[in-house]
Ligand binder design. Sequence first.
Ligand SMILES: NC(=O)CC(=O)C(=O)O
Length: 281
Amino acid sequence: MNAAKTIMRLALLQLKGSKDKAANLQNASQKIREAVQGHKPRLITLPECFNCPYGTKYFREYAETIPNGESSQTLSKLAKEMGVYIVGGTIPEMGDNDKIYNTCTVWSPEGSLIAKHRKMHLFDIDVKGGIRFKESETLTAGNEFTIIEIDGHKIGIGICYDIRFEEMAKVYRNEGCEMLIYPGAFNMTTGPLHWELLQRSRANDNQLYVVTTSPARDETADYVAYGHSMVVDPWAKVVKSAKEGEETVVVDVDFSLVEQVRQQIPVYSQRRVDLYNTTKK
Ligand SMILES: NC(=O)CC(=O)C(=O)O
């Protein structure tokens, strides 16, 4: 394995979405080009459902096969043209047997699909006076963990609601991940209380970077996304956060911080796994 590079520049694209898929793809393409030209990131991240509105009534209509669908092809071409890794947010994926998944694709600078993560925990909640959402009305849950490796660093992928499940993050930590990336679209009920809290919690529990990318907030949409895409470091400090609107957040993450925190506060090796075993997959 190559010696790991310590610094990695990320660009998080908090994008405006609409019902017009072609316009969404065009906007993502333009923002990817601008991010690369302006900042030369190694890795670009996109929001959950970046090519469609977030809502169960839309998923079937917008679903595409991967990697032959137009959203996949657009990301593949851009990754190659711009020479950058892309964690392509999510799109509704048309799978086998008419099943639809909420899926994140990851593209290499050569334009190859290097990973595909299907949301494992479907967002089924009912908060009285707040929000009711049932992804399981149209979506099927994925069953596989997804780890990519860039420049010698392992990165675990989850999607939005997946961030609430600490066990999933712990599996990634057990596998040696130094960063977790969650495309996500929290909302105006849960976002204000839980969005940052969950990211800082997962970062603190596992002593790694947590990166989220949300759609920009659109008050006229059926589902109003919270925004505030962010990068949290292994100390659980918010390094940088977007506001609500369309925005590109650029951060140089320093992976040496992961080892530093793990050495200074060695909770991982101090766990009493003889009493509570969380190490098994
Ligand atoms: N949209 C989601 O998947 C999750 C979410 O909004 C929440 O957990 O809150």
